[in-house]
Design a protein around this ligand. Structure first.
Ligand SMILES: [Zn+2]
Length: 187
């Protein structure tokens, strides 16, 4: 006798088992019982996963497909700023009826357990090199400080050329003014 299925990802399929052509849809949310993913970004324990699942009864078993909306958190791979990004994960798998052949995904006691399926798809969706923004400048190679938009703007553009032109005009103006009184005195 197999151990009874339990957990937040177990979905009953009793009413469509052995009824090819029948279909059910389930929407439910799961708070992750543990962290998913080992990288610098992951799905945190306790974070919400919104599942939209379609269960189709086919001859060999139950075809499960759907999407999971979740948010991964962690740090930017370049500047180490905290980041949080929503993702939509797609999954599909045939849960076979128990038979002679062992399969990874089986219908058990008129239930399917989606945890492994959703977890694998979710972890695969995590970016290898997450960034806070596509053009994140990263860290200053000498000081190790974060090169944010603000610090970069200061360094790259010390004086706006338009201000330089205005200053020239102002200088000429005051020079002409100071000359004028002399001119009137002399004439
Ligand atoms: Zn960054």
């Amino acid at each position: 006798m197999k151990t009874r299925l339990n957990g937040p990802f177990v979905v009953p399929v009793r009413d469509i088992v052995r009824h090819p052509g029948e279909m059910r849809e389930h929407r439910f949310s799961v708070a992750l019982p543990e962290q998913w993913g080992e990288g610098i970004v992951s799905f945190a324990a306790g974070s919400e996963l919104d599942l939209d699942v379609r269960l189709e009864s086919v001859h060999e078993g139950i075809l499960v497909s759907g999407t999971a909306d979740a948010e991964y958190t962690g740090v930017c791979g370049r500047c180490l700023t905290d980041i949080a990004e929503p993702v939509e994960v797609e999954f599909q798998e045939l849960f076979a009826y128990p038979g002679e052949e062992e399969t990874d995904f089986e219908v058990q006691d008129d239930h399917v357990d989606l945890e492994t399926l959703v977890r694998e798809a979710a972890v695969l969706s995590l970016p290898f090199q997450p960034v806070c923004q596509p053009d994140c400048p990263g860290l200053d190679p000498t000081t190790g400080e974060r090169l944010t938009e603000g610090t970069r703007a200061k360094e790259d553009a010390p004086i706006d050329p338009r201000w330089g032109a205005l200053r020239q005009i102002a200088d000429q103006g005051s020079a002409a003014e100071s000359r004028d009184p002399e001119n009137t005195e002399e004439s």
